[in-house]
Structures are given as structure tokens and as C-alpha cells.
Write a protein that binds this ligand. Structure first.
Ligand code: TXA
Ligand code: MG
Length: 353
């Protein structure tokens, strides 16, 4: 089904109030609005409107058992929806708005489409002026997953949202690029476990809460949640380009001998340092920026993965990064984008081809 989509340009730092009002009307009237957050774009609807939230699942092709994050603009709004223990509330007050989502017991009677029938809810206050003004103006919390068709790399720019969702949603707000480029960090407050690494790093969580979060294999992207549903989203394939992508884990100086005699066209996605090296070998490259600035790598990650598909190559090779700080989130997304296929020797690469 195609519908008419209102595309509204809104300044990311100084949102124009009349434009926010126009977009907020769509939310109030049961519509679906694509909007920017500091992490990635979201595709949202009134969190209390079951029919509107169901449309999000349809548009994305999202499995019904994968619940949505509820976005709020104030702590008052959050505590009406989730039961957040007092020992955490004061700390959260200090760090929100920021790119971190908390799973807590649901308090309000949210539609099943939002919680997927769980007795918990994911809740977050985005640190983006447009998102905050939109939620405030709409007067309701906004349930929103990331703005991408299920399994595809997430949109981090307004123009990518238009490519994915024009004529499918009521409104798309175009505010240019998201600030971080990777989805929020998720912490399950019941066990203080990191369910998804993101821009808010484990080190920063420890400082803010005076408590180390539990970080398991799911966080690095090397294991899925399996049958025990902790965070339903972790069991699905994610962020994948159409072109097969393999992760190179090793010293780039050894790459040249590995790439010799590979006759099909391929491209390398990596840091500017890795790309400079690969270009000297005559390879096609997509640079995500210097490896000295991992936040910049994170910001460019999805757009680089999306670009791979336009290069008409048979496969891509992506660099691996140190799993520290935001590097943990980068590796989590890259492992999923490469379906956990990695190599460190030529033999392993040939097996993958
Ligand atoms: O940065 C973000 O978090 C973006 C922006 C739009 O806010 N949103 C986002 O939503 O990434 P989504 O739906 O792509 O990822 C939400 C993840 C999913 O893996 C889902 O399974 C998990 O949160 N989740 C939601 N509710 C949950 C719950 N009650 N318990 C455990 N996991 C939950
Ligand atoms: Mg997502």
C-alpha cells in the first residue's frame, strides 16, 4: 500500500515549532512518523495506540515478538510507564537524556504490540532536540524501533529514511545526520545486564551507577539470545547488506598476500588507515574515518555498509576494531552485518567465498 508522505525538514538543533506541530499532529491522529534521534532515526507512533503501533510492524516487516522502545521527554512521563527502582532513579535523572535505554517492569497498560506481551518495557529519553520537542508536542510517549526495513542497515540520515519509507509512512522528518550513528545502549535494570552495547559505553555506565554492568556474549554480537528470550531483538539477523560481508581479524600487513589471486570484484570497508593501505593494493574501498576516532567510525558505519550494495562487488571485507569503549558497539553491529563470518588467514577467506 502506498500513501502520501509529508516530508518536513526540521533544524536538528533549533527545531522550528510550527514544523514540530505539524509532525506531532500525525502522531496524535494515529499516524506513523519517521523522526531523528541522537542515535539513529526512529519510526514511531503513539505508544498507547495499538492500531498505530501495529502499522510500524507491518511497514518494517518486523516480527510481532520483537517489542518496541518507548520514547519519553521527561522523567515524570517515564515513571508513569515503567517501574524504575528508587536506587536507579536518581542516577538516571543525572544521565538522561542520553543514548541509553532501560528495561524495567511495565507499569502502564501498554498495548501488546509495544511490549510483545512481556511484563517489561524498554524506555528511553533521546538527547535530540527534534525528538524531545516532538514527544512533548504530541503529548504522548512515542514507541519507535530503528528506521530500517527489518534486517536492513539502520537509517542514520533523513535522505536514507526517504529512500526506505517514502509513500509508506505519514510523515518523515529530515534533520540531516544522527549524532552517534548507532542504536542506544540497552541495560536490563532487573539484572543490570548490558543487552545491547551502544554509544553509552560500559565504562560510562560504571561511572554513572558506581556498578559494573554484566557484559555477556550477546553484547559483543558473537552469540544470539537463543531460545531464552532476554532481548527478543538479539535473535534476529540484523543490519545486513545484500552483498556478503566478511570480517578480517588480523594484521593489515598480512592482507596483501591474502588478496592476491582473488579474481572477483570486492571492496574493503574500514578505517581511513586501512583504506589507504588497501588502495595501494588497488582495492575498492569505503572509508569510515580514522581509527583514532571510534565515534566517527560509529557515525559512518551504517551509511558505509549501505554504500557497499551500490558498488556492484561480489563481497565486502570489513575491518575489526578493539572492543573497548564504543568499539564494543561497533564490533557488535559489524559482527551482525557480517553474519558472524570472519577470517584471519587466506584459507579461511577462501572457505567463505
Ligand atoms: O537508539 C535506539 O535505541 C533506536 C532509536 C530510534 O531510539 N531504537 C531502536 O529500536 O534501536 P529497535 O527496535 O531497533 O531496538 C530495540 C531493541 C530490540 O532488540 C528489542 O528486542 C529490545 O530493544 N527490547 C524492546 N523491549 C524490550 C523488553 N521489554 N525486554 C527486552 N528487550 C527489549
Ligand atoms: Mg533495530
Amino acid at each position: 500500500m502506498t500513501i502520501k508522505t509529508a516530508i518536513i525538514k526540521i533544524d536538528s538543533l533549533k527545531p522550528q515549532p510550527e514544523r514540530i506541530s505539524k509532525a506531532a499532529k500525525f502522531i496524535q491522529n494515529g499516524g506513523v512518523v519517521v523522526f531523528p534521534t541522537e542515535t539513529v532515526y526512529g519510526i514511531g507512533a503513539n505508544a498507547f495506540d495499538d492500531a498505530a503501533c501495529k502499522k510500524i510492524f507491518e511497514i518494517k516487516g518486523r516480527p510481532a515478538d520483537n517489542p518496541l522502545i518507548v520514547h519519553v521527554y521527561s522523567l515524570d512521563q517515564a515513571v508513569k510507564i515503567a517501574h524504575i527502582e528508587n536506587k536507579y532513579l536518581n542516577k538516571i535523572k543525572k544521565i538522561w537524556p542520553s543514548p541509553i535505554t532501560f528495561i524495567a517492569k511495565a507499569r502502564a497498560d501498554l498495548p501488546k504490540s509495544v511490549t510483545a506481551g512481556l511484563d517489561t518495557v524498554a524506555i528511553r529519553m533521546p538527547a535530540h532536540p527534534v525528538a524531545l520537542s516532538l514527544i512533548k508536542k504530541a503529548g504522548v510517549p512515542i514507541a519507535a524501533p530503528s528506521a530500517n526495513p527489518s534486517q536492513k542497515p539502520t537509517a542514520t540520515t533523513g535522505s536514507q529514511c526517504i529512500k526506505y519509507f517514502d509513500r509508506k509512512v505519514d510523515c518523515i522528518i529530515d534533520s540531516g545526520s544522527s549524532f552517534f550513528g548507532l542504536e542506544s545502549t540497552i541495560i536490563d535494570l532487573r539484572t543490570f545486564t548490558l543487552l545491547r552495547p551502544g554509544p553509552f559505553t560500559p565504562e560510562e555506565i560504571e561511572t554513572a551507577f558506581s556498578m559494573k554492568p554484566h557484559v555477556g556474549k550477546i553484547a559483543s554480537g558473537t552469540a544470539s539470545a537463543g531460545r531464552r528470550v532476554i532481548s527478543p531483538g538479539t535473535k534476529y539477523r540484523h543490519y545486513a547488506p545484500e552483498t556478503p560481508l566478511f570480517m578480517f581479524e588480523g594484521d593489515e600487513r598480512r592482507l596483501s598476500s591474502m588478496l592476491e589471486s582473488i579474481e572477483v570484484p570486492f571492496a574493503i570497508i574500514g578505517s581511513s588507515e586501512m583504506c589507504a593501505f588497501a588502495e595501494r593494493l588497488g582495492c575498492s574501498t569505503v572509508s569510515m574515518g580514522s581509527r583514532k576516532d571510534l565515534y566517527n567510525i560509529a557515525k559512518n558505519l551504517y551509511s558505509s555498509v549501505i554504500l557497499l550494495d551500490s558498488l556492484k562487488v561480489k563481497f565486502g571485507i570489513v575491518e575489526s576494531f578493539e572492543q573497548r569503549g564504543v568499539g564494543l558497539a561497533i564490533m557488535n553491529r559489524l559482527r551482525k552485518a557480517s553474519a558472524n563470518k570472519s577470517f584471519s588467514t587466506k584459507r579461511e577467506l577462501l572457505k567463505l567465498l
